[in-house]
Design a protein around this ligand. Structure first.
Ligand SMILES: NC(=O)c1ccc[n+]([C@@H]2O[C@H](COP(=O)([O-])OP(=O)(O)OC[C@H]3O[C@@H](n4cnc5c(N)ncnc54)[C@H](OP(=O)(O)O)[C@@H]3O)[C@@H](O)[C@H]2O)c1
Length: 285
């Protein structure tokens, strides 16, 4: 992809204020694309000046008309609103995107059934599509920041489980390449996106400790203790079951290193050591 090729392209990014979306925006900008960021609340959005911020709600496809105007490619999420509820308006908003002249989409897979993803995969609308299937995000480690700052330790079950977790920037990079690809080479692809190593929880804690300059303790919880804690946090049973399945019985993709990042982006996948160095401040009291 040359700069001139990508400069002509305008890309709409949904979920642009989120963990993955903001990385998609950054990677598109780095490749010279013109970026339009979708948000329900432009006042809250904080982007570089060259990003065009537009208001729109994926749950209300009519609100997306201005956002879709003149756009060649769209990055989509499969949820809308609270608790990552699957977006029920997916088919409608995709039809609207196709009608507005959108040529290709990337979809951030959410792990469950999605009416939006079903339509995309069916090829009904003639859109080129790429489904992004990242494994566990490295940024999930930020959930531990308060405990680490307050107590210098975390309490978790399944400490020997292995995860090939991925840097969010690499999800953004794979998305950007697919969104800007005009030769059809990413059409119909499901990209499993992982980091460069499969690490245990013990490895992660050691790496985070080294990055923040102070060792972090790891207390192993039994599965029963972990469930009790999640219940005390009012986590819905469905989410508890999902967490136990993901962590207690991580699917093979989630614990295997895939070559997608280097293959698609031409760069090595970013390591957890790099992620930890970038976020070390979040783990220091
Ligand atoms: N965490 C993991 O390890 C992991 C692994 C694999 C896959 N995933 C999947 O990744 C997804 C979460 O991505 P993320 O962490 O980047 O999300 P996030 O940080 O929670 O961000 C959510 C984004 O969605 C936007 N949004 C929500 N409802 C919307 C609506 N109705 N209309 C327009 N925008 C809306 C929000 O925008 P505004 O508030 O600005 O409107 C925000 O930018 C989920 O599908 C999850 O299943 C997560």
């Amino acid at each position: 992809m040359t700069k001139t090729q990508s400069e002509a392209q305008k890309v709409l990014v949904a979920g642009a204020t989120g963990t993955v979306g903001r990385e998609v925006v950054a990677e598109l900008l780095a490749r010279g694309a013109r970026v339009r960021a979708l948000t329900r609340n432009p006042a809250k959005a904080d982007f570089p000046a060259e990003v065009e911020v537009v208001r729109g709600d994926l749950g209300d496809p009519a609100s997306l008309a201005p956002a879709l105007e003149g756009v060649e490619a769209v990055h989509l999420i499969v949820f809308g609103g609270e608790e990552y509820a699957p977006l029920t308006t997916g088919p409608e908003l995709l039809a609207q995107a196709a009608k507005a002249g959108v040529r290709r989409v990337t979809v951030l897979h959410g792990g469950g059934p999605s009416p939006l993803e079903d339509v995309v995969r069916s090829n009904e609308l003639g859109l080129e599509w790429t489904v992004l299937m990242p494994v566990e995000f490295m940024s999930n480690a930020l959930f531990w920041a308060d405990d680490i700052k307050a107590n210098g330790r975390i309490e978790e079950p399944f400490v020997d489980r292995v995860s090939s977790m991925v840097h969010e920037g690499d999800i953004g990079a794979v998305a950007a390449v697919a969104l800007l690809s005009r030769d059809g080479s990413h059409h119909g692809k499901e990209h499993v996106i992982t980091g460069p190593a499969a690490l245990t929880l013990r490895d992660k804690v050691r790496i985070l400790g080294a990055a923040r300059g102070a060792e972090i303790g790891l207390v192993e919880l039994t599965e029963e203790q972990a469930v009790e804690r999640m219940r005390a946090q009012y986590m819905p049973q469905e989410t508890i079951d999902f967490m136990l399945e993901m962590y207690g019985n991580t699917p093979v993709e989630g614990r295997t290193v895939a070559p997608t990042v280097p293959d698609v982006t031409g760069r090595p996948a970013r390591t957890f050591e790099e992620w930890a160095a970038e976020h070390a401040g979040a783990f220091r009291a």
